[in-house]
Ligand binder design. Structure first.
Ligand SMILES: Cc1cc2nc3c(=O)[nH]c(=O)nc-3n(C[C@H](O)[C@H](O)[C@H](O)COP(=O)(O)O)c2cc1C
Length: 223
């Protein structure tokens, strides 16, 4: 079975102040099947090299946007990246099928709690609903969309010791994607990839039971 190559495009405009995304990105850098790109470090003036970015896309099977949620969306550089890189004739339109069949995932951190991200909650909508433009962009470009892997309550995650479990889910996600072990159709029925991973019948537990036994995993508490 062929193993997938993963591209992580990371966007954080003030990485020196990051508690959550810095270690998440650091972990991604440790996998030899992951190309991890710090977009703000590479393009501090947002002067994105379109050719380089398109070549990167072509060289990978899985594309991940990693970012802290800013105003219910991505930091600015990721919007600029989409506007410039996803060109007509490359990503969509006539002969624009270069992304077809790839998989797309957002790996995000949210300041808000999981309770805030629902109808009637502080933010009214789920993260999946708020990321509809990204979901439709994936559909439009022929990519398989996965619901966002989300660390809620990101600003208290370190103090409340919730970061290690999230990092565990992140590394397992990267492993599973690499091995082609994520059931994309089934994952689509969940609001977040975390829900898919912790679902009893599939996801992380089943994946680990094949390798390290089912007792190694704690339950994630996103509150
Ligand atoms: C400009 C700005 C906008 C933000 N908007 C949101 C938001 O819409 N929803 C949310 O849950 N958190 C929001 N936050 C909080 C960030 O998501 C949070 O600080 C980040 O996930 C923490 O990750 P870090 O430790 O890597 O910086 C915002 C933060 C900033 C600075």
């Amino acid at each position: 079975m062929s193993q997938s190559k993963i591209l992580v495009l990371f966007a954080h405009p003030s990485l020196h102040r990051s508690e959550a995304n810095a270690p998440i990105f650091q972990q991604a850098c440790e996998f030899d099947f992951v190309t991890a790109v710090d977009l703000y470090a590479e393009y501090p003036r947002l002067n994105i090299d379109i050719d380089r970015e398109q070549q990167r896309l072509l060289a990978h099977d899985i594309v991940i946007f990693q970012f802290p949620i800013y105003w219910y969306s991505t930091p600015a550089i990721l919007k600029e990246w989409q506007d410039l890189v996803l060109e007509y004739g490359f990503a969509y339109g006539q002969d624009g099928n270069q992304l077809k069949g790839k998989t797309f995932l957002c790996a995000v951190t949210a300041g808000g709690s999981v309770e805030a991200y629902r109808q009637g909650g502080h933010n009214n909508f789920t993260v999946r609903e708020l990321f509809r433009p990204l979901e439709q962009t994936a559909i439009m470009t022929g990519m398989h969309y996965l619901p966002p892997l989300t660390l809620f309550g990101s600003r208290t995650a370190t103090d409340e010791n919730r970061l290690p479990l999230h990092l565990q889910h992140w590394t397992t996600t990267l492993d599973m994607l690499h091995e082609g072990q994520i059931d994309i159709q089934r994952a689509d029925s969940f609001i977040t990839l975390n829900d898919y991973l912790t679902d009893k019948t599939m996801g992380i537990e089943k994946y680990h039971s094949k390798e390290v036994g089912p007792d190694n995993l704690e339950q994630e508490d996103n509150r």
